[in-house]
Design a protein around this ligand. Sequence first.
Ligand code: SIN
Length: 182
Amino acid sequence: MNEDLWLFGYGSIMWKTGFSFDEARLGFIRGRARRFWQGSTDHRGTESAPGRVVTLIDAPGEICWGVAYRIPVGVVAPTIEALDYREKGGYTREDITIEFKTGGTTTGVTYHANTANPNFLGQAPIEHIARQIACSHGPSGSNKEYILQLHHTLKQHEIVDEHVRELADLVDCFSNRLEREE
Ligand code: SIN
């Protein structure tokens, strides 16, 4: 790799970088939507009780907002190596076109968990997804923390995502109920 790399984050990469970058800009990718359809067995759940994290699904006519980071050429290789490891639970790197909020486009990469990966869970009734998130925990912490951080970060950037908002509200509601029952 002999040039800076633009990395597009739409999930945990939006709030938990753990890598160096020279610039972070709001942007979006076309024809995709963010969904809690990917199982997490290594971060927010376990092999026997997977949590749910976001991936990108094909959504003609829609756009998915996120944060694009410009990683300087000198650290691209170790950054990618570390991210490949972090995202190893079903995500692969995909080349994409990023459109910046302020205008202009660039090519870059994102981590995408496709429907063929072994941890892909897919669609389910929204209450089912919320309950699974409310109950799951893994080595990186609770699944509830993941969705609430995502929801908070999207709000901070004034990004509207109805799927995340609806789920975050339901997860709050279910986890309050679970606490009362304990
Ligand atoms: C991303 O954040 O862009 C990928 C999904 C995740 O790690 O949450």
